[in-house]
Design a protein around this ligand. Structure first.
Ligand code: SAH
Length: 258
């Protein structure tokens, strides 16, 4: 049974992939209460006067699907917002930029020749769309956050916000040849991807199954190239948590006005 059944009282879920990304949000949480469910820690509380649940997706599509299902079934969340990091694949998508997803594709899904490459079997779909209104708010919050003084001080003066398609798969993409091949292969199938990560498409598919609106922002932590594994840990520790904190704070303020 969900903890709340009244739609008006049901919380917004803020989902992060890694604990480092969640740290800044935890510091903002009022009246925190931990609930352990499905071998995961969920934190309930208020952020800017809104009831929220903070969750960790863990890494990979299956783990993210479990967390998303738990948020919907157990906590009755009415909206899900995901903050995380990703490898930049699109031309001009650089470390420190933010990508707000419009939709997701699974780059490692291949049931051909039974189904077209990348299509999710029995769904008749290749791309899963984010909620337009929620994504527009997240985009506005991200643009506002990047213009924020304290982020500029961290050395990402040229950082910008992109909006478009993100590819997910159960693989940390960390080679220039591999990422170029992935981008070109997907483009030839009509999928111009901006970034690659490991959870978003699973969250999108579960949210579609349940009819729950969701939006995703990913800070670009690496270029999915030969130095991705070097760039990644330092970036997550130093920057991603701060981005999540500032962008979600702005997002919740915008949300409370509508
Ligand atoms: N070293 C980390 C593991 C990170 S896995 C640890 O010790 O916990 C990479 C995470 O960041 C995933 O959540 C994925 O969604 C995202 N990500 C960032 N860059 C990526 C890339 N180049 N390829 C795939 N996922 C990436």
């Amino acid at each position: 049974m969900p903890l709340t059944s009244d739609h008006a009282l049901s919380p917004i879920a803020i989902l992060s992939a890694l604990p480092q990304e969640q740290r800044g949000l935890m510091e903002l949480l009022r009246r925190p209460r931990k609930v352990i469910h499905a071998s995961r820690d969920f934190w309930l509380g208020d952020l800017h006067g809104q009831p929220v649940v903070l969750g960790l997706s863990k890494i990979g599509k299956v783990a993210a699907a479990t967390t998303t299902t738990a948020l919907i079934e157990r906590f009755g969340v009415r909206r899900i917002v995901f903050t995380g990091v990703a490898g930049g694949l699109g031309h001009g998508v650089k470390v420190g930029d933010v990508v707000v997803a419009t939709d997701f594709v699974q780059h490692d899904l291949d049931a051909s020749p039974l189904f077209p490459r990348y299509e999710v079997p029995l769904y008749g779909k290749t791309r899963f769309h984010c909620d337009t209104a929620l994504s527009a708010l997240l985009f506005e919050a991200s643009c506002g956050a990047l213009a924020h003084e304290s982020l500029v001080l961290q050395g990402f003066e040229g950082a910008c916000v992109h909006q478009g398609l993100i590819a997910s798969g159960d693989r940390f993409v960390s080679g220039a040849d591999e990422s170029n091949l992935l981008r070109d292969l997907m483009a030839s199938a009509g999928h111009e991807i901006l970034a690659v990560e490991m959870e978003g498409a699973a969250v999108a598919q579960v949210c579609m199954d349940y009819g729950v609106p969701f939006a995703v922002m990913r800070t670009v932590s690496d270029r999915a190239d030969d130095s991705a594994h070097v760039d990644f840990p330092a970036f997550v520790d130093a920057v991603a948590s701060r981005y999540a904190h500032i962008i979600i704070e702005r997002f919740l303020k915008l949300l409370s006005k509508i």
